[in-house]
Design a binder for this molecule. Structure first.
Ligand SMILES: [Zn+2]
Length: 112
């Protein structure tokens, strides 16, 4: 059976971003109240989810990549699937240059 890969969607990017947040020392240690065993246990659980998601999308993800995603998202532009024209997402699904409907791209980049 061929490996079925999940497309890298905004939702998956958000999951990684959330996990990266959970992995921050402040969150893991609960301001020093959690025991070391507890912290280790939680760390391992998050990493298991992290690697599971990596397998799903077929790529390795690290902090640097997550930062890149955040930057991409903040550019707020859509690059037309058909003609490559870049335009402001607020214009909508339709490319002002060629009229192509980029709805799928839109959802992939910005979510529903
Ligand atoms: Zn276009």
């Amino acid at each position: 059976m061929p490996t079925k890969r999940t497309r890298l969607t905004t939702e998956i990017k958000k999951k990684f971003s959330d996990m990266a947040c959970e992995l921050s020392p402040e969150n893991l240690c609960c301001d020093g109240e959690a025991s070391q065993a507890n912290v280790k246990d939680r760390f391992e659980k998050i990493m298991t989810r992290w690697h599971g998601l990596e397998d799903q999308i077929g790529m390795k993800v690290n902090d640097e990549i997550i930062n890149q995603w955040e930057e991409e998202k903040s550019t707020e532009t859509i690059c037309c699937d058909l003609c490559g024209h870049e335009y402001d997402r607020h214009i909508g699904d339709e490319c002002p240059n060629c009229g192509n409907n980029n709805h799928d791209l839109f959802v992939e980049k910005f979510g529903d």
